[in-house]
Design a protein around this ligand. Structure first.
Ligand SMILES: C[S@@+](CC[C@H](N)C(=O)[O-])C[C@H]1O[C@@H](n2cnc3c(N)ncnc32)[C@H](O)[C@@H]1O
Length: 333
């Protein structure tokens, strides 16, 4: 942890400031130490450079999320090496938007998106995740002094309402109470701050909900190395389908009938995914199979979150006809 992170932190229990103690410093970072609350006195350890805000007795509450996403991100630690998908998830936000901003990556997984945010010019990026993926995120971001990785739960955030931009990609759908997670992220925004979310859609995902989801309920409880091996077979089939759909899309485009792709179930999604390699697709399929909780949202539901949070300049858009991006800005304090 870099000392500069302290200005963003508060005690998740009582929202008072924290002080650093017992720090063992390597280079210009705190490798081990404690963060103590000036109000209630609660102590949060810093281990392996990462401040830990999830109390050990709480681990069992999220056992499967912890185990499954931790495993997944260790397997796919360097999955995002170019920012195409990141920028597609957070549209209409563009790289210029990040310049000079303080940013939160909520549910950061491998931390690779936080790298992009820093490279685009963010001054500070606080990347948090519940699972042991924070170890991977720390490794992937250690070379970027602007990125701070912390282990925290979206329901007990140790962060001040001091951020220009918060984004969360593919996280809310895996929470027991997605709306509460959403409102907790809105609270991190300073006046004028913006929020981007990406969630699975209910619309357009009938096949996934009726066929893949019942399988997920089983596979998310199975030994993960076994699911990992099993997931090569569906990945190979879908990989082939993405290539077929790419050629269908190109043919339709040549005939001036590009819009017909929308009539093919999962057509846009498969054609979009054809730009990525097998390993990337494997991660996406494996993720589907191991998530302990997965929810799908109607557009109206997503719109309601933004409206009830009082966000303005809201833009909800469909992504590949199977998911929703949402963007909004906090104009009131
Ligand atoms: C599908 S992954 C997405 C990761 C990353 N945003 C990405 O796009 O690669 C969902 C992430 O949400 C995290 N997560 C789940 N529940 C959480 C919670 N209560 N608080 C913080 N993170 C959580 C998981 O550990 C996992 O890394």
């Amino acid at each position: 942890m870099r000392e500069s992170l302290i200005r963003f932190l508060v005690c998740p229990a009582c929202s008072q400031d924290l002080t650093i103690s017992d720090a063992s410093i390597i280079g210009n970072e705190i490798k081990e130490g404690n963060l103590q609350c000036r109000g209630c006195g609660q102590v949060y350890p810093i281990t392996n450079y990462i401040p830990r805000f999830v109390p050990k007795p709480h681990y069992h509450l999220f056992r499967e999320t912890w185990r499954n996403f931790g495993f997944s991100w260790r397997r796919f630690a360097r999955i995002y090496t170019d920012p195409r998908d990141f920028l597609d998830w957070i549209k209409p936000v563009t790289p210029d938007f990040f310049k000079g901003k303080t940013v939160v990556d909520a549910g950061c997984g491998t931390g690779m998106h936080a790298c992009f945010a820093a490279e685009f010019g963010a001054t500070d990026v606080v990347a948090f995740d519940l699972s042991s993926s924070v170890e991977v995120a720390r490794e992937n971001t250690a070379h970027l002094p602007q990125v701070h990785v912390i282990q925290a739960d979206i329901y007990h955030l140790p962060l001040k309402a001091d951020f220009d931009y918060v984004y969360t990609i593919g996280v809310l759908q895996h929470l027991p109470d997605p709306a509460l997670g959403f409102f907790n992220l809105v609270r991190l925004l300073r006046k004028g701050g913006c929020l981007s979310i990406w969630v699975y859609g209910f619309e357009g995902t009938g096949f996934v909900r009726y066929v893949v989801d019942p399988i997920r309920r089983l596979t998310s409880k199975m030994p993960l190395p076994l699911v990992y091996m099993m997931s090569f077979a569906p990945t190979a089939v879908i990989f082939l389908l993405t290539r077929i759909m790419r050629s269908v899309r190109n043919r339709l485009a040549r005939r001036g009938q590009a819009e017909l792709l929308r009539r093919i179930p999962l057509g846009e999604y498969l054609a979009y995914m054809s730009q990525f390699n097998f390993h990337y697709l494997h991660n996406s399929i494996f993720d589907q199979l191991i998530a302990p909780i997965t929810k799908y949202f109607h557009r109206q539901e997503v719109e309601n979150w933004f409206r009830h949070a009082g966000l303005k300049n809201v833009e909800i858009s469909s992504r590949n006809q199977i998911s929703w991006r949402g963007f909004g800005q906090r104009v009131e304090v």
